[in-house]
Design a protein around this ligand. Structure first.
Ligand code: DAH
Length: 337
């Protein structure tokens, strides 16, 4: 073989190579197991001894030159590949912004998050309880037996066979107390369902249940917890008041009002000129409920409360129709960014 001819032919081929794959293929024909250089090396042994050193040197020079040229080509291809990638993946920061809108957290979620922050900051755990419930957890264990008149307070969706859509997050109290031993401090936020439908009621709405069970828990502790919560939500100057009420699962039971955050008690549209806004129901956990959950009512006491999240959102954002919160009209939602 004429080495010079072979060299110039190979370099010509190398010149035309345009991809890493093509280069690998060409390299195989030169340096591979049956490649040209390998073949030349093999043939060396057949040469007369006096020609061997010279031929060996010539083949080696040829090999070194080709290796060098191939490495050079490899670098060129690599550089071209990076340049192509940089070009195709480049982000044009000067491009005009698209006409997109950022979303807003729904007012109910804003309230839920704020309340959760407050209670978690005060050592409460967040407990998730099922939306599809049995009559036992939603009513009976909460001291509301079948035919109890208190059932009329909540027009419940029964699915059948003792199964219903929970009408109150209070069912979470029972599930928690059955599962864990006191001391307990929990909130249970979630959706509840009632057959109610007007401008201030929706068949689906949101509540947050609160429960504390420990030794020596009193009504004063309940008042302290709710006062802190009211100040956190409505501002430092907010006062609360308890009015006697009735819930089968608490004894005594109270309804809790906060001083109006708009007029600070003078009387305005928000508080319907009373200076007070009703925000939740609460009380000391009824002995029977503790007993139903296997907790000794002589050793432990508890308080509980239930807040309507939609109601708080409506009061705070001056929303007078609950349906607006379900329409998901972005013009409405954008106002609460
Ligand atoms: N579950 C009640 C309701 O939906 C609200 C409530 C009242 C919850 C008093 C409580 C409570 O935990 O102690 O109307």
């Amino acid at each position: 073989m004429n080495y010079n001819e072979f060299l110039s032919e190979t370099l010509e081929k190398l010149e035309k190579v345009s991809s890493e794959r093509e280069l690998a293929e060409l390299k195989a024909t030169i340096f591979g197991k049956n490649g040209a250089i390998t073949e030349l090396m093999k043939k060396l042994k057949d040469l007369p001894p006096d020609q061997k050193p010279q031929a060996g040197k010539a083949i080696n020079d040829l090999r070194v030159q080709l290796v060098e040229k191939c490495e050079q080509k490899e670098k060129e291809l690599h550089k071209a590949k990076i340049e192509a990638a940089l070009k195709s993946e480049c982000i044009d920061l000067s491009i005009d912004k698209c006409d997109c809108h950022s979303g807003a957290v729904h007012p109910i979620n804003q309230v839920r998050k704020k309340l959760t922050d407050y209670f978690v900051g005060n050592g409460y755990i967040v407990y998730d309880s099922p939306e599809i419930e049995t009559d036992y957890y939603n009513f009976q264990a909460l001291n509301i037996p079948p035919d109890h008149p208190a059932r009329d307070m909540q027009d419940t969706f029964f699915i059948g066979n003792g199964i219903l859509l929970r009408s109150q997050t209070s069912s979470g109290q029972v599930r928690l107390m059955e599962k864990y031993k006191p001391p307990l401090k929990m909130i249970c936020p979630g959706r509840v369902f009632r057959n109610d439908d007007d401008s201030t009621h929706s068949p689906v709405f949101h509540q947050m249940e609160g429960l504390v069970v420990d030794k020596n828990v009193t009504l004063c502790d309940l008042k302290g917890a709710l006062e802190g919560f009211a100040k956190f939500i409505f501002g430092d100057q907010t006062k609360i008041r308890f009015r006697p009420s009735y819930f089968p699962f608490t004894e005594p039971s109270v309804e809790v009002d906060v001083s109006c955050f708009k007029c600070h008690g003078k009387g305005c549209r928000v508080c319907k000129n009373t200076g007070w806004i009703e925000i939740l129901g609460a009380g000391m956990v009824n002995r029977k409920v503790l007993e139903n959950c296997g907790i000794d009512p002589d050793e432990y006491h508890g308080f509980a409360f239930g807040v309507g999240l939609d109601r708080i959102a409506m009061i705070q954002c001056s929303i007078d129709d609950i349906k607006l919160m379900w329409d998901n009209d972005v013009r409405f939602l954008r106002q609460f960014r």
